[in-house]
Write a protein that binds this ligand. Structure first.
Ligand code: UTP
Length: 780
């Protein structure tokens, strides 16, 4: 496939970058797929439209402030047809006037004296700008954007215990006062506009903006309640039909409204939503990217609001959501442990890619389903933390009976009427129990019922009235009110299995002292390791794994023969290579590299504190690595001398696997040769391995400081590396090597490959240099 000139840039090691779409692909076939794809075609199309528009547009200024676009249009029509006039919105001091064709443009520019309303106009050709895809606008408050995983880890490690870490999670993620106010303002703006077009309507927020599980930057879910608008329309029609004594206010409003075009009582949901989309697009200031999604279970209109950076959707047939939103709010009021537990489980599930489909769909649990799972768990503790829905019904006053869409949605709307819980479990233990309970759950063989606070065996459930419409699947979680709805119906078998495996790993980790106790040595502890993506001991399929093998003979073996070292012989080698890997990633490539233990190295909770301390001592330099994370703003300090030094080897843990959580902040794998050439004055003697490493570190540093390589808020790539000592071969001829298994965060799998290809060559060489530099006599 022919590549569009200038759009595609070849990268080292066979990769390509499409500069138009800002997409990087690993090879030529992927490039061809991308170039044929919708996104590229759309942008190409858009670019060509923009370019033609540019070629026939003029930039006009000099007119009086407040001049309407129509006057400018009338003026230029003397030269031909005017296609469009775009006024500078903020100050109204300039305009872009799109003319019929280039011929007309020439004529306009040939005239040197333009004037309008007595003012001399300045008319010039439009500046030609490079067409660039706008980078996606960052969601969320500045506070959340700053909270990258490393910062979060740091803050959590400062807490006193796991309970404090869990409460801190709420504080770090919930809305700030200003974000809450901003959302209220956006809701008011929507309300005002919709009232104009649908008199009597109401805009009601539901979901995470208001259900007490707010996370900075989360979607804004809105319900447009048209019930009163329907009555309003009916009465307005009635009064205009009778033509007598019509209410003048109603008449004037209905003239302005769109109600005259659509009969709200008979219109279908898609028809009304199309109308909602039109109102959003044309009449709500700052709203863009409006899109009606009509084939969803609950059709919605999606939108973005420019000024606030908020994304959200509007639905019109989702009254049940208002009811379950209130239920969730009341659960949090009933017991203060609910919020921290839900925040932590949500974040854990997001990190493990188990939940959080941003726009619904997909095989992951949605946040609502995950929240219900936590509430169910709390209903089933002994004694319960939360009451079941059936129990709440027993506490009802008669006037609180509520039915929505035919479903009984009754529960006391005042949490003071709910039974206070006698359960005294700590947050730390509830979280551990959550994982423990679900590690062996039969998600597909039964239905989780929050109404009853029980697991209903499929055989029993299938004989119930609601089972006909209930979509039985791999994960069956019944909505507490809409009993025929499986809120996890979209979850596939693989995700359900992964959910269980992740719970198993997490439960195992929660039994360790590393989870339960704050480290006194600055090592990560508590929630932090739980949140590391993909840090799992699962039976995940190994196809397509990213592995680099390093022979143990990489100058790592102790000088004496194995017999002299007994069982430690291989371990010493392993530790040396691991130290080399960490050194190259951290000190040479300037990655953040946070060391953790493997999940397999569980510290049994009955082990003594001494054991924990010993393990901490062994890890100490790694904790120092954590302190030296790039995020501390101590980038200079991490560049420690490259001369031989007594470093980590003696202190590394003697376990047989080793894990690091790494982040890459700059394109340190690109253009190294060029930068190396530029630094040629520093070219060292090839035998001086420490100096070679120092040069490579300088190359990374220079790349990080290049133009356009400002330190990003989020890392470019995030991945886990797990080093393991493997012995293959035959009994008499064992092949002992270290395999480094790389696991990128799933959404970066493609982009990560390019970095991985670079590492395949770079890492073994540099580790070898490092080991040699450690062995060679000190260079003075
Ligand atoms: P979400 O799953 O988006 O949850 O559903 P959330 O709490 O708003 O979390 P974010 O937005 O992902 O951060 C939004 C709301 O939609 C309703 C619930 O009221 C839920 O709070 N909902 C969702 C249902 O009623 N049924 C469903 O199956 C899913």
């Amino acid at each position: 496939m022919a590549e569009p000139a200038g759009d595609v840039e070849a990268l080292p090691r066979g990769g390509f970058r499409c500069c138009l779409c800002r997409v990087t692909v690993a090879n030529k076939p992927s490039l061809d797929d991308h170039l044929r794809g919708k996104k590229h075609q759309h942008l190409e199309n858009l670019r060509s439209i923009r370019q033609t528009q540019e070629l026939r547009s003029v930039f006009v200024s000099g007119f009086s402030k407040g001049t309407p676009a129509s006057e400018l249009s009338d003026y230029f029509q003397a030269y031909g047809e005017v296609i469009n006039v775009v006024m500078d919105k903020d100050k109204g001091v300039y305009a872009i006037v799109e003319l019929q064709n280039e011929e007309m443009l020439k004529n306009v520019l040939a005239q040197t004296n333009h004037s309008l309303g007595g003012q001399k106009l300045r008319v010039k050709p439009r500046e030609k700008k490079d067409f660039k895809k706008k980078p996606p606008r960052k969601q969320g408050s500045a506070r959340q954007q700053q909270l990258n995983p490393e910062k979060l880890a740091q803050k959590l490690c400062e807490a006193d215990d796991v309970d404090a870490q869990m409460s801190l999670m709420v504080q770090l993620f919930e809305f700030s006062e200003s974000e809450r106010r901003l959302r209220d303002l956006v809701v008011t703006l929507f309300q005002e506009v919709f009232l104009e077009f649908f008199p009597g309507s109401a805009i009601l927020p539901f979901g995470s903006s208001v259900n007490s599980f707010d996370v900075s930057g989360c979607d804004l879910d809105l319900f447009l309640d048209l019930e009163k608008a329907k009555h309003f329309q009916a009465s307005a029609k009635g009064s205009s039909a009778s033509q007598d004594g019509a209410n003048p206010k109603l008449d004037s409003q209905s003239e302005d409204s769109l109600l005259s075009d659509v009969d709200l009582t008979t219109a279908t949901v898609p028809e009304v939503l199309e109308l909602v989309a039109t109102v959003l697009q044309k009449c709500v200031p700052g709203v863009h990217n409006v899109q009606a999604v009509l084939n969803a279970r609950r059709p919605v209109v999606k939108f973005c609001h420019k000024e606030s950076g908020l994304r959200g959707d509007i639905s019109i047939n989702n009254r049940l959501a208002l009811c379950n939103t209130r239920f969730l709010q009341l659960c949090t009021e009933a017991d203060e442990r609910v919020r921290p537990l839900v925040y932590v489980v949500r974040y854990w599930a997001k990190q493990q890619v188990l939940a959080g489909n941003p726009f619904g769909g997909g095989p992951l649990l949605n946040n609502y389903a995950l929240t219900l799972l936590v509430l169910f768990f709390l209903q089933t503790r002994s004694p319960p933390v939360l009451p079941t829905v059936a129990r709440l019904r027993e506490l009802l006053d008669d006037e609180e009976q509520t039915t929505v869409d035919g479903w009984d949605c009754s529960f006391p709307k005042d949490s003071a009427k709910w039974d206070p819980s006698r359960n005294k479990e700590s947050l730390c233990s509830l979280l551990a129990e959550f994982f423990h309970v679900f590690e062996d759950y039969d998600f597909s063989g039964c239905v989780i019922s929050l109404q009853e606070g029980q697991l209903l065996p499929l055989s029993t459930f299938l004989s119930s009235e609601v089972s006909d419409k209930f979509k039985i699947g791999s994960f069956n979680l019944q909505d507490p009110f809409e009993l025929s709805h499986n809120v996890a119906a979209n979850v596939n078998k693989k995700t359900a299995q992964r959910f269980q495996l992740c719970c198993r790993s997490a439960a195992k980790y929660c039994r360790s002292l590393q989870y339960q106790r704050k480290s006194t040595k600055g090592k990560i502890w508590g929630l932090v390791r739980l949140f590391q993506p993909g840090n799992l001991e699962t039976e995940a399929d190994t196809a397509g794994e990213l592995i680099i093998c390093l022979p143990l003979t990489l100058a790592a073996l102790p000088s004496k023969s194995p017999e002299h070292h007994g069982g430690d012989f291989h371990q010493l080698g392993f530790q040396k290579v691991c130290a080399g890997v960490a050194f190259v990633l951290r000190d040479v490539l300037k990655c953040s590299c946070l060391e953790t233990q493997g999940f397999g190295e569980e510290l049994a909770s009955n082990d003594s504190k001494k054991e924990e301390e010993q393990s901490e001592t062994k890890n100490e330099p790694l904790a120092a690595g954590f302190k030296r994370s790039l995020d501390d703003g101590e980038e200079k300090d991490i560049f420690s001398p490259f001369a031989k030094r007594p470093r980590t080897e003696a202190l590394l843990p003697s376990g047989e696997n080793m894990t690091w959580d790494c982040s890459v902040w700059h394109h340190v794998w690109q253009g190294r040769r060029r930068v190396r050439r530029q630094l040629h004055a520093l070219h060292p003697d090839p035998k001086d391995k420490a100096a070679l490493l120092e040069l490579e570190a300088k190359v990374s540093e220079a790349i990080s400081q290049q133009k356009g390589e400002a330190r990003p808020v989020d890392p470019l790539l995030r991945f886990i590396v797990c080093a393991q000592l493997d012995v293959d071969g035959t009994p008499g001829k064992p092949d002992t090597h270290i395999s480094l298994r790389f696991t990128p965060v799933p959404e970066q799998a493609v982009a990560f490959k390019e970095f991985f290809h670079f590492l395949q060559h770079f890492l073994p060489r540099m580790v070898e240099h490092h080991l040699a530099s450690q062995a060679e006599p000190q260079v003075q």
